[in-house]
Design a protein around this ligand. Structure first.
Ligand code: FMN
Length: 294
């Protein structure tokens, strides 16, 4: 049986300061420049020149016999794309005492902190939320920090994910590190990070991303690209270079406070290793590790 990790292990803290060139921003309420946009209707026509790729290709070899790293023939469609995993194994006695130390290890490997050969956007994760009615939604976000308290992302609080995080404060973050044949799945409660923490992070962002956060009414329908560009140009005049851009009140961090964190390592024949840290029901500082069937 896996040993229970030490609950009193020293906390690991990491802040991911690098900022991508892409701005992922925000803004409140209706904007004077963006009258309710008329919906555009675009009908899609099936492309009859292409073969139907929605059906599995029965001619492909059985998955369990795939000893090639890739068995797809070009044009075989998604069912023909197949990789055999075997890059590593994961045993309970290899795990760090706490989920956060184990995450720090795997994250460093994904980001290339040791070898200097990181995966592109190793901090990208799929963030799933759900409405109060239980309707799920998911999107990619960038992890910007983690420590023993949880995993932090930044977003617009009025976006779909922002609203759902508030009305139904539970979510999941999935890190798909395909090149390492690994994934990490964290599930837990969602909370806003403190204003001071958000402001510290916002101040570290490039000016373009700061203006973008003000310019975008994230998740709302927008009339045109021009509306967004002209709004951004106005904001750039309001806060010229050299003038600090304040943190938008509708923008900030969301922390996922894990109840479970699963570490998944791909193995041959789809018999993967899955080890999950679960917060003990009796003692919230105690984590138990369980192996899950692949
Ligand atoms: C690689 C990548 C990273 C992203 N990072 C963020 C992010 O950190 N925060 C964010 O709000 N949106 C980010 N986005 C955009 C979201 O995926 C999404 O389009 C946006 O947040 C609106 O989502 P929502 O309408 O479901 O709330 C990212 C997208 C990609 C592809």
């Amino acid at each position: 049986m896996p040993r229970p990790p030490r609950p009193d292990a020293a906390p690991v803290t990491a802040h991911l300061d690098h900022e991508s060139e892409v701005a992922f921003p925000s803004a409140p309420g209706p904007h004077p420049q963006s009258p309710a946009a008329e919906p555009q209707t675009i009908r899609s026509q099936p492309d009859r020149s292409q073969p139907d790729q929605s059906q599995p290709d029965q001619s492909q070899a059985d998955e369990s016999q795939a000893d090639e790293s890739r068995t797809a023939e070009s044009g075989a469609g998604p069912a023909g794309l197949r990789r055999a995993y075997g890059a590593g194994t994961l045993e309970a006695d290899q795990l760090a005492p706490t989920w956060v130390e184990q995450f720090a290890r795997w994250f460093a490997e994904a980001a290339g902190d040791h070898a200097g050969l990181g995966l592109p956007e190793a901090n990208a994760a799929v963030f799933a939320t759900a409405s109060a009615a239980g309707r799920p939604s998911a999107r990619t976000v960038l992890l910007k920090g983690f420590d023993h308290r949880g995993l932090v992302i930044y977003t617009n609080y009025t976006s779909r994910k922002g609203r759902e995080s508030a009305e139904n404060p539970f979510g999941s973050l999935v890190f798909p590190w395909h090149a390492l044949q690994r994934q990490v799945v964290a599930i837990g409660a969602l909370e806003r990070v403190s204003r001071a923490e958000t402001e510290r992070y916002f101040a570290s962002r490039p000016r373009g991303s700061q203006l973008g956060a003000w310019a975008s009414h994230q998740s709302e329908i927008i009339e045109s690209r021009e509306v967004l560009d002209s709004r951004t140009a106005q904001l750039a005049e309001r806060w010229p270079p050299g003038t600090p851009v304040p943190t938008p009140p509708f923008w900030g961090g969301v922390r996922l406070v894990p109840e479970t964190v699963e570490f998944w390592q791909g193995r041959a024949d789809r018999l993967h290793d899955r080890l999950r840290y679960r917060r003990s029901a009796g003692d919230e500082d105690l984590w138990v590790v369980e192996r899950l069937s692949p």
